[in-house]
Ligand binder design. Structure first.
Ligand SMILES: C[S@@+](CC[C@H](N)C(=O)[O-])C[C@H]1O[C@@H](n2cnc3c(N)ncnc32)[C@H](O)[C@@H]1O
Length: 253
């Protein structure tokens, strides 16, 4: 099977590892970013050895870099009792989900999920110790251990307004055995997304490669139809980042 060789990603992983002097962790990350055990180790080691106190870890960049893209997607619900449902998929220990919860003026239900119970526990404990105050008192924030290849077992069909994926699909696509899982996750997302909703993938992968992959995975199977758009997020440390927006074309999904 062909793997996506991505020197910039390896450069990022190597830089992180140099910071923590963890060469065996680097090797594990390069090969197995689709594995729960790899991420458990990553979050355990980056939190216990080098910091006494919790610090959010951000893959690529934090909420500030993408708030102007994300917040306009969170439209005011037409039904006055309704909330906007948002999923941060593969949240790790990022502050993205809590920041959306904090900055959205209308009621939001933010669910941050990750396959790593270590990351989820760190976030649960951190938000318990340092609660985030939402702009809207009806908003809620939760962290949950969940394998996103099984999203449909947890979320009802067409129940989510926005799914944010910062680096999760990238991690799967670039691991030895992650390609199939990445496709499964994409199709699961489209199944739980409302017909008016959006899935956004924040990535450093070039549009030529990612759009082709998205089209192949969504159109090729005939299971799901989707529109794909892309915009640049910006350049950070010489790397260009993109926001891919995937919307359902099939309102009966
Ligand atoms: C590159 S990190 C990005 C973390 C976070 N989104 C950020 O921006 O810092 C990828 C994350 O995806 C999670 N992950 C990998 N496979 C997963 C799966 N099948 N289901 C849910 N989360 C997964 C990992 O545990 C890890 O936290």
């Amino acid at each position: 099977m062909m793997h996506r060789v991505h020197p910039r990603r390896y450069q990022m992983v190597l830089e992180m590892a140099r910071r923590w002097h963890q060469t065996s962790l680097t090797t594990e990350l390069i090969e197995h970013m689709d594995k729960k055990a790899t991420w458990d180790r990553f979050y355990s080691e980056t939190n216990s050895q080098h910091t006494n106190k919790f610090k959010n870890f951000e893959w690529f960049f934090g909420f500030d870099a993408v708030q102007d893209i994300i917040l306009p997607l969170l439209k005011l619900p037409t039904d006055s009792d309704a909330s906007v449902h948002i999923l941060d998929m593969g949240c790790g220990t990022s502050a993205l989900g809590p920041s959306i919860y904090k900055h959205t003026p209308w009621p939001v239900v933010v669910t941050c999920v990750d396959i790593s119970p270590v990351a989820v526990k760190l976030m649960q404990e951190h938000t318990k110790r340092t609660p985030v105050k939402p702009q809207n008192p009806l908003s809620s924030l939760a962290f949950l251990e969940l394998d996103c290849t099984r999203l449909k077992e947890h979320f009802r069909p067409q129940s989510l307004d926005l799914i944010v994926d910062k680096g999760t699909t990238d991690a799967l696509l670039r691991s030895r055995d992650g390609q199939v899982k990445a496709g499964q996750i994409l199709r699961q997302c489209l199944g739980v997304l409302r017909s008016t909703g959006s899935l956004i993938q924040l990535s450093d992968e070039d549009p030529d490669a990612r759009i082709l992959w998205l089209e192949k995975e969504t159109f090729g199977t005939g299971e799901v139809a989707a529109n794909v758009g892309v915009q640049e997020v910006g350049v950070l440390r010489g790397v260009c980042y993109y926001c891919y927006e995937i919307t359902s074309r099939n309102s009966t999904l």
